[in-house]
Design a protein. Structure first.
Lengths: 114, 113
């Protein structure tokens, strides 16, 4: 079965500091796409970052970057210079090239403190 | 450009009633997805369409659930009859194609009493 594991139910970071959220996945496919989505209290699912499995270079989007370790099937999200608005649930997800269904992890709740 | 539009945003109904959730995907997107989010099961795919054709409905819980996509700009998810265990947030998402990023609507919070 294809699974996504987020082992940190909750994380906390001080404003302006850096935090890393962990994600591991399991798939036998070679063609797949990885995502981090953010869900604030408004419950809107917002794309944070996307990584194609065939790309060796780690994706970055402003303060957000990933550490993609394909052999280890690991896909962690680093948030630099954390801001109060980063407080939310973060979901790791992926889908394969043949099946578009997104498989989600259970989420990590991120708190940002002053 | 408008994002994915869902209506209603909130729905409260009584057990046994019919519920219809609506979705308008982003213009030009060929794939449309319905997901359900609950505390117990997290986010799970119910059904997805490609070019208005249902491709994978293996996540539809039972015959009480049905989904249609009569054209490229509109989809419905219907529950008849509704039950309290159907209470959840239902998301619609769309993407340009099967491999592209899925963009989510604001969700419909359904409460069945």
């Amino acid at each position: 079965a294809q699974t996504v594991t987020q082992s940190q139910p909750e994380m906390s970071v001080q404003e302006a500091e850096t935090v890393t959220l962990s994600c591991t996945y399991d798939t036998s496919e070679s063609d797949y796409y990885l995502f981090w989505y953010k869900q604030p209290p408004s419950r809107q699912m917002i794309l944070v970052i996307r990584q194609e499995a065939y790309k060796q270079q780690n994706a970055t989007e402003n303060r957000f970057s990933v550490n993609f370790q394909k052999a280890a099937k690991s896909f962690s999200l680093k948030i630099s210079d954390s801001q109060l608005g980063d407080a939310a649930m973060y979901f790791c997800a992926y889908h394969t090239g043949t099946a578009s269904k997104l498989t989600f992890g259970t989420g990590t709740r991120l708190q940002v403190t002053l | 450009d408008a994002g994915v539009i869902q209506s209603p945003r909130h729905e409260v109904t009584e057990m046994g009633q019919e519920v219809t959730l609506r979705c308008k995907p982003i213009s030009g997107h060929n794939s449309l997805f319905w997901y359900r989010q609950t505390m117990m099961r997290g986010l799970e795919l119910l059904i997805y369409f490609n070019n208005n054709v249902p491709i994978d409905d293996s996540g539809m819980p039972e015959d009480r659930f049905s989904a249609k996509m009569p054209n490229a700009s509109f989809s419905t998810l219907k529950i008849q009859p509704s039950e309290p265990r159907d209470s959840a947030v239902y998301f619609c998402a769309s993407s340009r194609n099967r491999r592209d990023t899925q963009y989510f609507g604001p969700g419909t919070r359904l409460t069945v009493l």
